[in-house]
Design a protein around this ligand. Structure first.
Ligand SMILES: [Zn+2]
Length: 505
């Protein structure tokens, strides 16, 4: 299979829409540079102004927030200082899911003018939100290599770059390439972006081929994909082009993997924390002391069991407020399902941005295919994202060639007739989708259950669970010892569940 990656500039005809979007994008790039350069005092002033604006907008135009806040007895005028955010109730993933579409869409944004993106489902319940065009353009203009690592800017308007945006670096993203994925949003806004995106479902050899053809200065992908690439490079001895900067998103970048990448790639590595619901939240600087929060675009609270902010160094659950999206405002949202702690020490780089020292809970097991390749779990969780009345799920890899999916139905009257049986309409669709992703040699079973219990000692349950920890080496089995070790340490991390966690119907 040949990978379509063009290496020449794309001289496609630029339409009026591209032009207008390109101009707006350019304006946002300038705004982001100004915002990122603000002093802490200016940032706080900006945060409170944006917060009040987004709260007023949500109260007046979004049914979910209007209802929740009325019930809690809070009105927009009660939010005068940043600390007043505590007066607003926390919004959960279930709140967004149950109120989709009309209850979470601002009445000032017709749905046809918005983009719908689905979460990776890494904490179990897939959710969809609306993004308005301005939020999407703003997110693209958050140029992390430039802001965090002092690199040259990237342009996303590749079709029109020659006259709209002269500065450019070559970049390549190896990500989930489906319309509902947040990562594919750039392609939907700027169709010419497809040339810079390679589907993460392709093989590591194809990824290496794409990197060698595109020769990107910036490579963006998931830790699991990078792991596969490193393993393939090291076992096959293939040469791979060395990007200046590699950004990883969507999964935990652990120390063994960091070392493995360091042995394969010379360039700078940047760990980025983001979410479908709110975009980029934090990113590493070249000092690698932790992840700097992007406080000029999101408010991140870390809450303890009493719903109060925890002290620096202590772990709290991540609650996020997006200062920009107006189509589906994200205000005090706990649905990321992550836990994190604030750094106690400031970063050596001297940036005033507060930092996250550690992020937990993004750990999702990977699925290993019969050929030894590791599959980013997002491919499978996304395949369940639009299944109606699916409240929770768990994808369990029981053998290299067998997957069992536990499905929990919504406890609402309308879901009474819904069946996830394998021979039913929905069941067949699910199995077909999984087979397309996993290949025909992998069998898939579906079990409808009443609930999926959390991992022992955790608030969360695994959505993707690998039960083949005893044999987590790639089947080729010829990788260097450090590769296998890195691989095993990852697989072992999710091995705490047993079958009696699940209560069969
Ligand atoms: Zn720093």
């Amino acid at each position: 299979m040949s990978v379509e990656v063009r290496t020449r500039p794309f001289r496609e005809r630029v339409g009026l829409t591209d032009l207008l979007r390109g101009i707006r994008y350019g304006q946002y790039c300038r705004q982001v540079r100004r915002l990122a350069a603000m002093t802490p005092e200016e940032t706080e002033q900006f945060q409170i102004e944006r917060l009040r604006e987004v709260v007023t907008h949500a109260y007046e135009n979004v049914e979910l927030y209007h209802r929740l806040w009325r019930r809690a007895g809070v009105r927009p005028e009660d939010i005068q200082a940043l600390a007043d955010i505590e007066k607003l109730p926390v919004v959960t993933k279930d709140d967004l899911r149950r109120n989709f579409p009309d209850g979470i869409l601002s009445r000032t944004y017709p749905s046809r003018r918005c983009y719908i993106v689905g979460t990776s489902g890494s904490t179990g319940t897939p959710v969809r939100v609306f993004l308005d065009l301005d939020k999407a353009l703003f997110d693209f203009s958050v140029n992390l290599p430039q802001i965090m690592a002092g690199r040259r800017p990237i342009t996303v308007v590749s079709a029109s770059k020659d006259f709209l945006l002269r500065t450019n670096i070559r970049h390549l993203s190896i990500v989930v390439d489906e319309p509902r994925a947040y990562e594919s949003l750039q392609r939907r806004v700027f169709p010419s972006m497809k040339h810079a995106v390679v589907n993460s479902l392709l093989s590591p050899q194809e990824h290496i081929e794409a990197i060698n053809r595109k020769r990107p200065e910036l490579l963006m992908t998931y830790p699991s994909i990078l792991r596969n690439i490193c393993m393939a490079v090291r076992t096959s001895g293939t040469a791979v082009y060395q990007p200046e900067l590699i950004m990883v998103i969507g999964e935990v970048l652990d120390e063994p993997l960091r070392k493995l990448i360091g042995r394969t790639f010379d360039g700078e590595l940047m760990d980025v924390y983001g979410s479908t619901e709110a975009g980029f939240l934090a990113a590493e600087c070249p000092e690698h002391c932790g992840l700097h929060l992007l406080t000029w675009k999101v408010l991140v609270e870390l809450l303890g069991d009493n719903d109060k902010e925890v002290a620096p160094g202590r772990t709290g659950r991540v609650v996020v407020t997006d200062l920009f999206n107006r189509a589906t405002p994200i205000i005090r949202y706990s649905g990321l399902g992550d836990y994190a702690s604030r750094a106690v020490e400031p970063c050596r780089c001297g940036r005033a941005l507060p930092m996250l020292a550690r992020i937990d809970g993004r750990r999702v097991d990977s699925i290993v295919r019969p050929d030894g390749r590791i599959l980013h779990p997002y491919h499978l969780t996304l395949a369940l994202e639009d299944v109606p009345h699916l409240a929770k799920f768990q994808i369990r890899q029981e053998r290299h060639d067998h997957i069992r999916v536990l499905l929990v139905k919504d406890a609402v009257v309308e879901a009474a007739d819904v069946s996830f049986a394998k021979d039913g309409k929905l069941g067949k669709t699910i199995v077909q989708r999984f087979s397309r992703i996993l290949g025909p040699q992998v069998t898939v079973d579906l079990d409808t259950v009443t609930d999926i219990a959390a991992r022992p000692g955790s608030h969360k349950y695994a959505t993707v669970l690998s039960l083949i920890g005893g044999d987590c080496r790639p089947q080729s089995g010829h990788g260097p010892a450090d590769v296998r070790q890195a691989e095993c340490s990852r697989q072992d991390a999710g091995q705490t569940s047993t079958s009696n966690e699940v209560h069969e119907v």
